[in-house]
Design a protein around this ligand. Structure first.
Ligand code: ARG
Length: 459
């Protein structure tokens, strides 16, 4: 069955039908399509196209179709052009009233409506998964509240930080992602129905009533924009891509930190796999796959950006190519967040190892230089002085803690005996109590705040 054809003397070629059909993927929108059509039937009643009885019959038929759509038989032998056509054909099988359902409605607005309804639910699901990941990060931070690790720049030891401070950096990233999805949701949750094919419907629908019926916050303002617009998908895909970048960077960190070379963290057996040849291997495949899927999701964003570029207003069939990348991005992003959460729950920190790295590397150098500056030495001179101390130590094979207070003062009189305490990374941290810093009090407060922010992120 077709929703068009009167104007055609011949049917489409078999190749064209196969080439253009989208049912095999857009069937994911079937529930949204049915729910949207039920609301549209109620709208048709309000403008006098359907009687209350006809509307009730149609709504009931749609309910039956929705139930049937959950069985594989529903799709057996279906050659319909798309999910909208399939649903109307099934409706025709049930009631002759099906011929009225498309009054004043176009598939151009219907596809926008269906995608919005479906994606609204998926966005909420992704947000819930993100809240779970945030929770697992907070829990992992709370397990080792005083653990010290070295922070890196250029992948070289830079300054000592608390383990919770490191994890809270990711908390910030994923909390921003949650907000980005919320902003995308606001753009998604706008009613397009009433726009017709491109010029506005020829029937005086109360569009606000339809919006309220379907839980939309507002209505679109321009019918041509509706037919041409996929910005709301781009917003989602951008939010998903940034989330995946954060997940990928976390994965990269933990692949490194769990390597024999670092040895900081242990990943549980349940999230790692072995080698078919090398018996000793325990590989971080879960994290590698997240990193890999990141490229795939960015690909989906790119795919839609390029599809939309240069399309003349309004609807063009090119836009049907939006769905496969969108569906894939939703699936991969949700699965990756879920996986990362389970990995985070499985992490054990071998506290002594990163603590030792922090003691041995000269990550305390900045603390010393700043202490000198607080004592009145111009920072540039302090920097130079500590640089010389490091150079001397490297030559002599000395760790920071190999220096006694007396030796330090002997090296340069600017060093006071109290400054020797700063040779231990735990000491210098105490000077970083600025909001957002790694000072132990600041971190404890940030961790507490993260907990309460988490509570407010729950939908
Ligand atoms: N399957 C199409 C899509 O996803 C439906 C939209 C309307 N089709 C059309 N030829 N006007 O974009």
């Amino acid at each position: 069955m077709k929703l068009w054809g009167g104007r055609f003397a011949e049917g489409p070629s078999e190749v064209f039908e196969r080439f253009s059909g989208s049912l095999h993927f857009d069937k994911r929108l079937v529930e949204a399509d049915v729910r949207g059509s039920q609301a549209f039937a109620r709208a048709l009643e309000r403008v006098g196209i359907l009687t209350a009885e006809e509307r009730a019959q149609l709504v009931a038929a749609f309910d039956a179709i929705l139930a049937e759509s959950r069985t594989p038989a529903f799709y057996e032998g279906a050659t319909d052009e798309d999910v909208h056509t399939l649903v109307i054909r099934k409706l025709k099988d049930r009631t002759p009233l099906a011929d009225k359902i498309h009054t004043g409605r176009s598939r151009n607005e219907q596809v926008s409506l269906d995608t919005r309804l479906w994606l609204r639910g998926e966005t909420e699901r992704v947000q819930t998964l993100l809240a779970g990941l945030l929770e697992s990060l907070v829990e992992l931070a709370e397990k080792y509240p005083a653990a010290i690790i070295t922070g890196y720049t250029h992948l070289r030891r830079a300054q000592a930080v608390l383990w919770p401070h490191y994890l809270l950096a990711y908390f910030e990233m994923f909390a921003r992602d949650w907000e980005r999805f919320d902003q995308a949701r606001a753009r998604i949750n706008v009613l397009p129905l009433g726009s017709g094919a491109l010029a506005g419907s020829g029937f005086p629908f109360d569009r606000h009533a339809i919006a309220a019926d379907l839980g939309f916050d507002s209505i679109t303002r321009n019918s041509m924009d509706v037919s041409a617009d996929r910005d709301f998908l781009l917003d989602f895909l951008y939010a998903a891509s940034v989330t995946m970048i954060h997940l990928s960077r976390l994965s990269e960190d933990w692949i490194l930190y769990s390597s024999d070379e670092f040895g900081w963290i242990d990943l549980a057996d349940g999230v790692t796999s072995g080698s078919s040849l090398m018996p000793q291997k325990k590989n971080p495949d879960s994290l590698e796959l997240i990193r890999g899927k990141c490229g795939r999701v960015i690909g989906s964003l790119n795919s839609l950006l390029v599809t939309m570029k240069g399309l003349p207003l309004t609807y063009n069939r090119d836009m049907q190519e939006d769905k496969e990348p969108l569906f894939d991005a939703v699936d991969q992003t949700a699965a990756s967040i879920e996986m990362a959460t389970v990995v985070a729950q499985s992490v054990t920190l071998r506290e002594a190892i990163p603590a030792k790295a922090a003691e041995e590397g000269w990550v305390v150098a900045t603390d010393l230089a700043e202490a000198l500056a607080r004592a009145g030495v111009p920072f540039h001179s302090a920097h130079k002085l500590v640089g010389r101390l490091v150079l001397e130590s490297v030559k002599a094979g000395k760790k920071p803690t190999d220096w006694t207070a007396a030796e330090l003062t002997a090296f340069a009189p600017e060093f006071t005996a109290e400054m020797a305490a700063l040779l231990r990374p735990a000491e210098g941290m105490k000077s970083r109590e600025v909001p957002g810093g790694t000072g132990p009090l600041a971190v404890a407060a940030a961790l507490k705040e993260a907990r309460s922010r988490l509570a407010s992120l729950r939908r």
